[in-house]
Every structure is written in C-alpha cells, then in structure tokens.
Design a protein around this ligand. Structure first.
Ligand SMILES: NC(=O)c1ccc[n+]([C@@H]2O[C@H](COP(=O)([O-])OP(=O)(O)OC[C@H]3O[C@@H](n4cnc5c(N)ncnc54)[C@H](O)[C@@H]3O)[C@@H](O)[C@H]2O)c1
Length: 269
C-alpha cells in the first residue's frame, strides 16, 4: 500500500456519522466542515437555527452530507428527540462532538445563581446527558467515539472564569469516566482543549487592547488561534488513526500553557 493510500485509510471518515452540538458556533461549525470534508455524514445541532442553515449550505456546497437539527442541550426532551432523529436519518451515531458552550466573565463574589446554573447546564450537564443519550447507539454498533471540547481553563485559569473553568475541569473528568466505563463497548473518549481562539465567544476579549496584549504575550506562536487550527487534532481523534488513544486531553493553544513569549534574554551567560 502506498503512503497516500495508507493515510487515506487511516484518516478517512467515509461511512461514519457525527453529531455535533454547538455546530452553529465558530469552532463547532469549522470542525463539522472538516469532518464532513473527510467523508463523514454530519448532524449539525444547536439552538441557533440560522447559523445551522448557513453551515449546512457550506458543507453541501463542498459536496458533503449534512442535516441541521435543533437541539437545546439544557433540555432532556430536546436531547432525546434530536438524537433519535439523527440516528434514524443516518442509521446510528458513530461520533459525538460536545462543543456547545458559553461563558460569562465575572468575579467569584459577583456570580449569581442564575448565571452559575446556566453555564453548568450548557457546558457540563448538557454534555453529560447528550453523551448518555448517544451512547446506546454506539453500544449497539460496538463502535463509538466522543470528543469533548474543553478549554485552556482545564489547567491554568483566567480571572473571572470560575464557573466556566469548573465546568471544563468537570468535562475533562467526565471524558475520563467515559473512556473507562465505555471502553468495553469500543467507545473512546478524548478532550480537545483549545487555547485562545477568535470566535464570537471571545470577540470582546480580543477587541480589548489590554487583554489582547496580555493573551498574545502568553502565546508562544504570538497570534490568536482560529477555529481551523483545531481541525487537524479533531480529525486525528475522530478517525481510526487514533484507535489506541482514549481518556486523553489535547491542548491546541499555540504554546500558551508551555510558557508563552520569552522575556528578553542575552546569550552571554
Ligand atoms: N473561543 C475560544 O477561545 C475557546 C477556547 C476554549 C474552549 N472553547 C470552547 O469551544 C466551544 C465552542 O466555542 P466557540 O468559541 O465556537 O463559541 P461560539 O459562541 O461561537 O459557539 C458556541 C455555540 O454553542 C451554542 N449553544 C449555546 N447554548 C446552547 C444550548 N443550550 N444548546 C445547544 N447549543 C448551544 C451557541 O448557539 C453557539 O453556536 C465551547 O465549548 C467553548 O467553551 C472556546
């Protein structure tokens, strides 16, 4: 087998079906396009119907297969209805990408219960119950693959991200539980933790002169991340190229956690 043929076989998602939550967003939409480009039939799920329709058209225009399904991850009934519809449309669900997420930056003492509940309900409880609803389809096929979108804040923490950070640490822990409990059904689970990526979620931060400078100083590659920067690792984890990888976290942060920009130094020591 030649190199190209071997790579194609390892990374191809032909015949696979993927359910994305948060597919109307910057990262979820880009990941959906990437996996559709690798041959998967994708189910785009979100509460933002306009964004779903736009992404569906983009994928279809490039020759991919996509359906748009309204799914509110905070509502159990919506989760059940949407996952059933996707499984019926595609004859199962092979891969799940839990990407729906929100944040509100506030100091610990200012966080109101309603904010706490909302962030928890979308980022952590939502991913928990979407995964619980999708797992039986994977179990039936003895094949499954779950990719949870974590965050920079699973490790270092930015100020004003107490609830968000707690949800993402919880999601990483949940990833490990899925990997451990569902391995016997040949279901893998991993977490991708993006660094500082330019999307609607972070527009205000990148638009702020002081904060954007703070972030850039902490990124070794010296630039923001873009949703397309996450696509490669997502394809790796979604494909059989990573068949022995489960329960792991992958950071895609341009060298942020590793130390960021070095200070000025001389070489005369
Ligand atoms: N942008 C970053 O720098 C960054 C960094 C680390 C992690 N992340 C994570 O990546 C994921 C995607 O973020 P993004 O930057 O693309 O943000 P985004 O705001 O562009 O996308 C988030 C999507 O989630 C959807 N959503 C919100 N509530 C929902 C609900 N109840 N049910 C279903 N969908 C819902 C929104 O409609 C939106 O389309 C999030 O989990 C976020 O925490 C983002």
């Amino acid at each position: 087998m030649g190199i190209a043929e071997n790579l194609l076989k390892m990374f191809s998602l032909e015949g696979r079906t993927v359910l994305f939550t948060g597919a109307g967003g910057g990262i979820g939409g880009e990941l959906a396009s990437a996996l559709a480009g690798a041959g998967a039939a994708v189910a785009l799920c979100d509460i933002n119907v306009d964004a779903l329709d736009k992404r569906k058209k983009l994928i279809e225009d490039m020759g991919g297969r996509a359906v748009a399904v309204v799914l509110d991850v905070t509502k159990r009934e919506s989760i059940e209805t949407a996952t059933r519809a996707v499984a019926a449309e595609y004859g199962g669900i092979d891969i799940l990408v839990n990407c729906a997420g929100v944040n509100k930056r506030e100091g610990l003492v200012d966080v109101e219960e309603v904010t706490y509940d909302k962030i928890m309900a979308i980022n952590l409880k939502g991913a928990f119950f979407v995964s619980q609803a999708v797992a039986p389809y994977m179990k039936e096929k003895r094949y499954g693959n779950i990719i949870n979108i974590g965050s920079h804040n699973t490790g270092p923490i930015l100020g004003g991200c107490s609830v968000y950070g707690a949800t993402k640490c919880g999601l990483l822990s949940l990833t490990r539980s899925m990997a451990v409990e569902w391995a016997k059904y040949n279901i893998r689970a991993n977490c991708i933790s993006p660094g500082h990526i330019k999307t609607d979620l972070t527009t205000a931060t990148w638009a702020h002169p002081g904060r954007s400078e703070y972030l850039l100083n902490r990124i070794a590659l010296g630039r923001p991340g873009y949703p397309a920067d996450i696509a490669g690792v997502c394809l790796l984890l979604a494909s059989d190229a990573s068949s022995y990888i489960t329960g792991c976290e992958y950071r895609v942060d341009g060298g942020c956690v590793c130390g960021g920009q070095p200070w000025e130094y001389d070489t005369d020591f």
